[in-house]
Every structure is written in C-alpha cells, then in structure tokens.
Write a protein that binds this ligand. Structure first.
Ligand SMILES: *[C@@H]1O[C@H](CO)[C@@H](O)[C@H](O)[C@H]1NC(C)=O
Ligand SMILES: *[C@@H]1O[C@H](CO)[C@@H](O)[C@H](O)[C@H]1NC(C)=O
Ligand SMILES: *[C@@H]1O[C@H](CO)[C@@H](O)[C@H](O)[C@H]1NC(C)=O
Ligand SMILES: *[C@@H]1O[C@H](CO)[C@@H](O)[C@H](O)[C@H]1NC(C)=O
Ligand SMILES: *[C@@H]1O[C@H](CO)[C@@H](O)[C@H](O)[C@H]1NC(C)=O
Ligand SMILES: *[C@@H]1O[C@H](CO)[C@@H](O)[C@H](O)[C@H]1NC(C)=O
Length: 324
C-alpha cells in the first residue's frame, strides 16, 4: 500500500515536474539589471507562486491574475493554447537576490533556478602605451578592480590570445585581479587586456600600444645623417674660413704694403718735413714780426741773428729762450 502510494506520488511528481519547466535554470546578471525566468505548465495552474531566496514575491491566480506585484518583481502572461506560461521579471537586481528562484504551481513540486548577481568593475593597463627597443623584454600589467565573481583575465596581442598569470584579492565581496604579460618587443602591437565574467556577453577590455623602435636601423640612419650633416657643415666652415682668411690676409698684406709704402714715403719726406715745420714755426714767428718789419721772410730767415731781428725782438726772444 505504502509502496503503491509512493509510486503514485513519484509518478505524479514526475509528470507535474515535467509539466513545469523553469527557464533558465542558471542565470547570471549584472547587479542593477533585469533577471527573467519562465515557468510554464501544460495544465492551467490555479495558483502559481514565485519565491526568491524563500521570499514570496509573486502570486498568480488563474482567476484574478498577478498579486503582490511590485516595481521590482513583476510577471508577464505568455500563455498560448496548451502552454500556460508566465515570466517573472526581477528589475534592478540586488546582490541579495542572488540564490534560488523558485516557481511552484499548486499540486506540483517546486522548480528551482539559480540566480547569480555579478558586479562589473574596471579594467586598465598600468603605464599605458609603451615604447621599447626591438628585442627588449616588455611587461604589461592589467588591473581589474571591483569585480564579482573573480573575473577571467586574458591578453590579446594583435588579436592573438596570450596566457595570463592572474592573482586576485578580495575587497569586501569584490575581486581585484592583477595579470602580468611578459613579451619580447618584436613589432608595433596593440595589447589588449580582456576581463570576462559570465554576466557579460562580451568581455570588457583595455587597449594600449607597444611601439617598437628598430634600434640598429635607426642608429645607422641617424649616424649616417649626422655624419653627412657634420661633414657638410665642417667642409662649409673650412671653405668659408679659408675664403675669409685668404681675403683678410690679402687685405692685410696689401694694407701692410700700403703702409710700408706710405711709411717709406713718409720717411723720405720726414726730415725735410720736420725742418719745414720747424722752419715754418720760425717763419710764422718771423712772419708776425715781419709784418712789423715789412721784410720778406727769406731775408729775415737768412738774417736770423742779424740786427733787425735782434733790434725788434732781442729781449723778448731772449726771455722766451730762457724760459724753455
Ligand atoms: C519566456 O517565454 C517568452 C515566450 O516564449 C519569450 O519571449 C521570453 O524570452 C522567455 N523568457 C526567458 C527568460 O526565457
Ligand atoms: C493569460 O493569457 C491568456 C492568453 O492571452 C489568457 O487566456 C489568460 O486569461 C491570461 N491569464 C491571466 C491570469 O490573465
Ligand atoms: C500578496 O497579496 C496577498 C493579497 O493581496 C496578501 O494577502 C499577501 O499578504 C501578499 N503577500 C506578500 C508577501 O506581500
Ligand atoms: C596610446 O596610443 C594611442 C594611439 O597611438 C592613443 O590613441 C592613445 O590615446 C594612447 N593612450 C595613452 C594612455 O596614452
Ligand atoms: C606567475 O607569477 C608568479 C609570481 O609572480 C610566478 O612565480 C610564476 O612563475 C608565474 N607563472 C607564469 C606562468 O608566468
Ligand atoms: C596588483 O598590483 C598592485 C601594484 O602593481 C599591487 O599593489 C596589488 O597588491 C596587486 N594586487 C594583486 C591582487 O596582486
């Protein structure tokens, strides 16, 4: 009897369970977004209840429709002939909504789905863009901060996936993850850090650029350029210097010669010139007095110490001479 009852119960439960599929059985959503679950039966349910972590949030009566609907918990009728289906919508999902979401129809076993509420944090590559010389060992560090659950971090270099050495710490109920990529600088590349959690259909990413300098080639080019420029400059300088020097020397030489020539001429004229000056002085002196004498300087000059001179200026001349 008991065995029969148990068998009947199992049969009914199986049948009912089969009739109350819950979709999806696992949901991962970002906190603040919406979570949706479908519950359907092949028999019209007189009562359908939805609970979240044991808390009754929605009651649906066949006769009167949805009860206890709030702005966070609502239900939508998707019933089609032969498929009595209701969708639970949880809006602005909170971390404490995470756990079990249960749909139960009167007379049926509860169906349980799991809700995971996740947190989207930030992703960044420390140091940003890098410039390296060819062949240099290069490290990139990606930091994913404030994620839940622990994110899966990976690298992509020019679209090629690279393994990641992740280390994570929890901060409150969030994860901070570091991931280091060590590569050899070969060519200009874009380096992307990808951070993924189930709630994200596409991973979040951060991209930086690795600029590779071909050291040898650059150096040669620079060296050649510098050498050529320097040689040209030196040559130009030499030419200019040479020209200037030549001109100066020539000028100097000519002026020197000119000076020499002038000096020679001067020295030739010097003796008579000085005598002339002296003579003129005397002459002038004489001339002044010649005016008084009305004589010709020549006469006076030749007769310097002659009477007329002495006669007019004897005492003055004498005084003058003694003072000098
Ligand atoms: C529930 O079912 C309806 C109708 O088939 C569909 O439009 C909706 O996307 C489903 N929702 C979920 C969460 O599967
Ligand atoms: C759900 O929708 C179906 C089909 O549109 C309708 O027949 C049924 O009355 C609705 N149920 C409630 C409770 O509104
Ligand atoms: C749901 O609504 C029914 C009827 O309005 C009420 O009796 C019940 O207490 C409500 N349940 C919750 C959890 O608010
Ligand atoms: C890195 O380089 C790219 C292009 O070269 C530029 O758009 C971007 O702003 C740079 N990022 C940083 C952080 O400097
Ligand atoms: C990961 O990092 C740890 C510590 O920095 C190091 O000991 C280990 O060898 C690294 N593993 C790989 C695969 O790079
Ligand atoms: C990540 O790196 C930073 C510095 O680079 C360090 O302060 C932090 O502790 C690291 N976090 C983890 C989880 O290794």
């Amino acid at each position: 009897m008991n065995v029969f009852r148990l068998g009947l119960f199992l049969l009914i439960t199986t049948v009912v369970s089969a009739q109350v599929p819950l979709q999806p059985l696992n949901a991962a959503v970002l906190r603040g977004s919406k979570a949706r679950f479908n519950c359907s039966t092949t028999q019209p349910p007189s009562v359908m209840t939805w609970t979240v972590n044991g808390r009754l949030v929605i009651t649906i009566l066949e006769a009167s429709g949805v009860l206890n609907s709030t702005d966070r918990f609502s239900a939508t009728n998707f019933t089609t002939p032969g498929d009595y289906r209701w969708e639970l919508v949880i809006s602005n999902v909170q971390r404490d909504d995470a756990g079990e979401v249960t749909c139960q129809v009167l007379g049926g076993a509860p169906r349980i789905a799991t809700l995971s509420v996740q947190e989207r944090g930030s992703v960044g590559i420390i140091g940003g863009n890098q410039t390296k010389t060819e062949g240099a060992q290069t490290e990139f560090q990606c930091r994913a901060v404030g994620w839940f659950p622990e994110p899966s971090v990976s690298w992509s270099v020019n679209g090629v996936a690279y393994s990641c050495n992740t280390s994570s710490v929890t901060q409150g109920n969030l994860f901070n993850s570091n991931c280091t990529l060590a590569v050899t600088a070969v060519k200009n590349s874009y380096v992307q850090c990808l951070v993924k959690i189930p709630a994200l259909s596409t991973p979040d990413s951060s991209t930086v650029f690795l600029t590779v300098e071909k050291l040898a080639k650059i150096d040669q080019t620079v060296l050649i350029a510098v050498t050529v420029a320097f040689s040209a400059a030196a040559l130009l300088f030499l030419i200019i210097y040479g020209i200037v020097f030549f001109c100066k020397r020539r000028k100097k030489k000519s002026s020197y010669q000119e000076e020499l020539r002038r000096a020679r001429i001067q020295s030739q004229n010097r003796t008579p010139a000085t005598e002339n000056v002296r003579g003129r002085d005397n002459r002038g002196y004489r001339d002044r007095h010649d005016g008084h004498t009305n004589g010709v300087w020549h006469t006076n000059h030749s007769n310097k110490h002659q009477m007329p001179d002495g006669f007019f200026d004897g005492h003055r001349n004498h005084t003058h001479m003694t003072t000098v």
